[in-house]
Ligand binder design. Structure first.
Ligand code: ZN
Length: 382
């Protein structure tokens, strides 16, 4: 029954997405006629790695007039879906340059969704998604830096990395390609795409996190998605807003090319150089719901959301640390420490919900003693 509704909803979603604007979380539909991405037209230098930019409570003003408020459909139309089953744990090792299961410091690439005058995302009166995304990202970056991460933003202002002459599928693909290339060049450990949702169904509200279970590191995507979801929901509720937890979702749910329906940023679509690290698309609240959008407009809530992201990232890396093989010199009766996460997983012991300054992925985390040697860590050669 629910599944039935889900399929209908998904079908409607696809139609709506195609007919209206296109899902922001997809970042454009795959091009059925593969025209390989050859040249990128960078109009800006790569964003500075400076994550110390102070949060801007009111997002940076643009020189260009603000576009008309338009609701953008981003999510599936079904109400709260059950959690999808986790993908099989630990598929075949991914090709370079990804490295997982290695000691800190970790590199986090934060992608504030959309940007620039022609790539705005969802909107509501008085607020545009691209600005809210950037604001949350600029709040998150210093939190992560203070916790010991290396942070790279795909954009640190209101611009795109590519020319982006018009909001077309091809332009979105090229823009997201530039951001994915950046994440790969930076050898990011994780890629966090920061979004807010939008729907033509104004009653839809809440948080959903998209991940791709079909990558070789799909299990890591799953853990990252569930960590982010859990922590952000907890953070928002802790601030007094009873956010709806819509769960984690396969990023192929939004629709697109039936042969390869995954999002550009998380998928392996034809003619696209895919992201090579675990990643998620977080849609924290709906711009199109009157309750949610009032929260998005509050700087205090955007800070709370950023802190939720930080906690979720901490939780993911604490879990990752727990997967590190134990030091070889200590024969213990404990079971083998090779990554044998049980298939019935809920991503195992997530750290406390309350953000704590000591929750950084440092050796202070209550995990097996840090592997200081690179031998036997499963680290892939560069
Ligand atoms: Zn978006």
């Amino acid at each position: 029954m629910r599944r039935h509704i889900g399929w209908i909803g998904a079908a409607l979603a696809v139609l709506t997405v195609v007919a209206v604007i296109g899902a922001c979380s997809r970042g454009g539909e795959p091009d059925p006629s593969p025209s390989p991405v050859t040249t990128k037209r960078f109009v800006r230098a790569r964003p500075a790695r400076d994550p110390t930019a102070t949060p801007t409570p009111s997002p940076s003003a643009t020189q260009e007039p603000r576009p008309e408020p338009v609701l953008e459909f981003e999510g599936p139309s079904e109400e709260q879906a059950p959690l999808p089953p986790p993908p099989p744990a630990f598929g075949p090792p991914p090709p370079a340059p990804i490295e997982i299961l290695h000691p800190p410091p970790y590199t986090v690439v934060i992608d504030p969704g959309h940007g620039g005058p022609r790539y705005s995302g969802a909107a509501a009166p008085g607020i545009i998604e691209k600005d809210a995304n950037l604001d949350v990202a600029l709040r998150l970056a210093p939190l992560l830096t203070a916790a010991g991460y290396r942070v790279v933003l795909t954009r640190s202002g209101d611009y795109t990395l590519t020319q982006f002459d018009a909001d077309t599928a091809i332009e979105r693909r090229d823009e997201i390609q530039a951001r994915v290339d950046l994440a790969n060049q930076e050898r990011a450990d994780i890629l966090i795409s920061v979004h807010f949702n939008g729907s033509s169904v104004s009653s839809l509200r809440g948080l959903e996190v998209y991940y791709n279970p079909d990558r070789s590191f799909g299990y890591f995507n799953y853990v990252l998605a569930n960590s982010a979801r859990h922590s952000i929901v907890t953070s928002i509720r802790g601030a007094g807003y009873d956010v709806v937890d819509r769960g984690i979702k396969n990023d192929a749910l939004v629709g697109g090319d039936p042969n390869n329906p995954h999002s550009w940023i998380l998928g392996t679509n034809n003619g696209f150089r895919p992201s090579m690290m675990p990643g998620v698309i977080v849609e924290a609240l709906f711009m199109s719901n009157y309750l949610d959008v009032e929260q998005i407009k509050r700087p205090e809530m955007r800070q709370v959301i950023a802190e939720g992201y930080r906690s979720g990232i901490d939780a993911y890396f604490a879990w990752l640390q727990s997967q590190l093989p134990a030091p070889t010199a200590t024969p213990t009766p404990t079971p083998t420490s090779t990554p044998t996460a049980s298939p019935s997983v809920t991503p195992a012991p997530l750290p406390s919900d309350t953000p704590s300054p000591s929750a950084a992925p440092s050796p202070a985390t209550p995990t097996p003693s840090p592997a200081t040697s690179t031998t036997g860590t499963g680290r892939k050669p560069n």
